[in-house]
Design a protein around this ligand. Structure first.
Ligand code: ADP
Ligand code: XUL
Length: 532
């Protein structure tokens, strides 16, 4: 039976700095959006940018109860705004990738018996064996990474199985660290979730499975066989398979929403929970990425991702299972120094104003008269370097740029790195290549103009900067029909098309080929010096 026109689908995104939601109707029209900012709306958790950076500067965690409380608050805000929960046919969502959640023994029972009179954060306050969840910004597990690579036979061997060499932020290495340094908490853990499957568990009222796509960000799953790799499990921690549960396809329907949500908010009893996934896979769905396109997400982290059919994992970048097509894959490169670094330079060089920041970009020319900057405020992922490096047109290190030069050096440097690493993964700019931009900074046309010039390709955006939420609302809708064989593309064919935002400035190709060549060389020198 066809669903009535007023049925709707929800997509949530548990991201680093906020929890967001969008609701779409059956015809894919957007009818509601809402969000909760962690720092300002839940100040009792004292996070900055949604996280706690520990004194060693390497460990980065978020309080798991903050995410639970954010959901309480978000649903209350939706209720106050008059949102009709009884029309929700299915929901899905995404989470920042790699973060891990440790449910204490007995938590499954608690999840199954949530009392609708109380908020979730009260009901679940004692249900976590680890209160501070390690998140993707963490880089404290170098020892565990070396151990994994040693046990499996080297960095490339780990990549050949899991799609990535061992990375500090990947959940398996975080789990190994918790097992080694906090063995009581590890023994007391009944289930380990990713942020995505943890969020799905809240809605399901039971433990939700990890999906193949987000599960690819753990250094634990064989991305070709789509099951946990016994070698990686063994190298990580004892008894891990039971604590993880089996991974499932990203399109799987997990079950009906918990009776808690039916009674407290009026969701229909048969509202389906479709598997949650990572935020980058969610964005791939939201942007309806096609083969040949390259997506650039400018959020707290900056990421570049592409749809690929025949992956050949290397030691740079990652290969994940594709969230909308189980036969395909996605390649992803993550840059830690994204929006927070742009904000720092905005504050120091543009008086805290994005408009002045933009004027800085418009007031300087392509190529920044030969000046090049690399801004790794915290230990970068790609490349693994830390520090601020500024070079003049003669490749000499300098200590200062003017404010406007600094703004351009930052943005050009960030996009040159993206092009460099995308090309290393086999991406080629061809006639017809589209760059699809998303994330908070994609609302800034002057930043997008630099992106377009550096890639020498047109940049498209979709109306909504929050493509991960939207993608998950689409995935919720597709999840209901996926078993019948309808592809994701068919299910969302009427969604709004990405819109052309900016085109490359004439002459960009020549300027940035030269800057890219120099950037590559300068980066090699920095990396060589860092190693010494
Ligand atoms: P998250 O990773 O939390 O999902 P978002 O994709 O929502 O992050 O992006 C949030 C970031 O967007 C903020 O940290 C901010 O720096 C950036 N941002 C918002 N508006 C602008 C703008 N006009 N120009 C540049 N950056 C912006
Ligand atoms: C991807 C990554 C980040 C997080 C947070 O590998 O670490 O993009 O998903 O957004």
């Amino acid at each position: 039976m066809a669903a009535p026109m007023n049925s709707c689908y929800l997509g949530f995104d548990f991201s680093t700095q906020q929890l967001k939601v969008v609701a779409i109707q059956e015809n894919l029209d957007l009818i509601h959006q809402n969000n909760v900012q962690f720092d300002s709306e839940l100040p009792e958790f004292r996070t900055q940018g949604g996280v706690h950076v520990h004194p060693d500067g390497l460990a980065v965690t978020s309080p798991v109860l903050m995410w639970v409380k954010a959901l309480d608050l978000l649903l209350e805000k939706m209720k106050v705004a008059g949102f009709d929960f009884s029309s929700v046919k299915a929901l899905s969502g995404s989470g920042q990738q790699h973060g891990s959640v440790y449910w204490r023994r007995g938590a499954r029972q608690a999840l199954r018996n949530l009392h609708p009179d109380k908020p979730l954060h009260e009901l679940l306050q004692d249900q976590f064996a680890v209160e501070s969840s390690p998140v993707w910004m963490d880089s404290s597990t170098s020892d565990q990474c070396s151990n994994l690579e040693k046990c499996v036979g080297g960095a490339q061997a780990v990549a050949d199985i899991t799609g990535s060499r061992a990375y500090e932020r990947f959940s398996g290495n975080q789990i190994a660290k918790i097992h080694q340094l906090n063995s009581d908490a590890y023994s007391d853990t009944e289930r380990i979730s990713l942020v995505s499957s943890f969020a799905a568990s809240l809605f399901l009222g039971d433990y939700a499975a990890v999906d193949y796509s987000d599960g690819s960000g753990m250094n634990l799953m064989d991305i070709f066989l789509k099951r946990w790799s016994p070698t990686c499990l063994q190298a990580t921690a004892p008894g891990l398979e039971d604590k993880l549960g089996a991974p499932v396809p990203s399109t799987a329907v997990l079950g009906d929403v918990s009776s808690y949500f039916v009674k407290r908010f009026g969701f229909p009893k048969d509202c389906k929970v479709v598997t949650f996934t990572g935020d980058n896979p969610g964005s791939l769905a939201g942007m309806r990425l096609q083969e040949g396109d390259v997506a650039v997400s400018l959020g707290t982290s900056d990421t570049v991702f592409m749809w690929i059919k025949e992956p050949k994992p290397t030691v740079e970048g990652h290969v994940f299972c594709n969230p909308v097509d189980s036969q395909a894959y996605m390649a992803l490169i993550c840059f830690k120094n994204g929006s927070l670094t742009r904000e720092r330079i905005r504050n120091s060089c543009a008086g805290g104003s994005w408009d002045v920041f933009s004027e800085g970009l418009r007031g300087t020319c392509m190529g920044n008269q030969g000046n090049i900057g690399m801004y790794f405020d915290t230990m970068e992922i790609t490349p693994p370097a830390v520090g601020i490096y500024k070079f003049n047109k003669d490749d000499q290190r300098v200590s200062d740029f003017t404010e406007q030069e600094e703004i351009r050096a930052l943005v050009e440097g960030q996009f040159l790195a993206k092009r460099l690493y995308a090309e290393k993964l086999g991406y080629k700019i061809m006639p017809g290549t589209r760059v699809l931009a998303t994330g908070g900074a994609s609302s800034n046309m002057d930043i997008l103009q630099v992106l377009s010039d550096v890639f020498n390709a047109p940049v498209y955006t979709i109306d909504l900067a929050n493509s991960a939420c939207l993608g998950c609302a689409y995935r919720a809708l597709h999840g209901l029909v996926a078993e019948g064989g309808l592809t994701f593309q068919e299910a969302v064919r009427n969604a709004p098309k990405p819109q052309l935002a900016v085109s490359p400035t004439p002459g960009a190709l020549k300027v940035y080929e030269e800057q890219l060549r120099r950037y590559r060389q300068l980066e090699e020198i920095i990396l060589r010096d860092t190693k010494q």
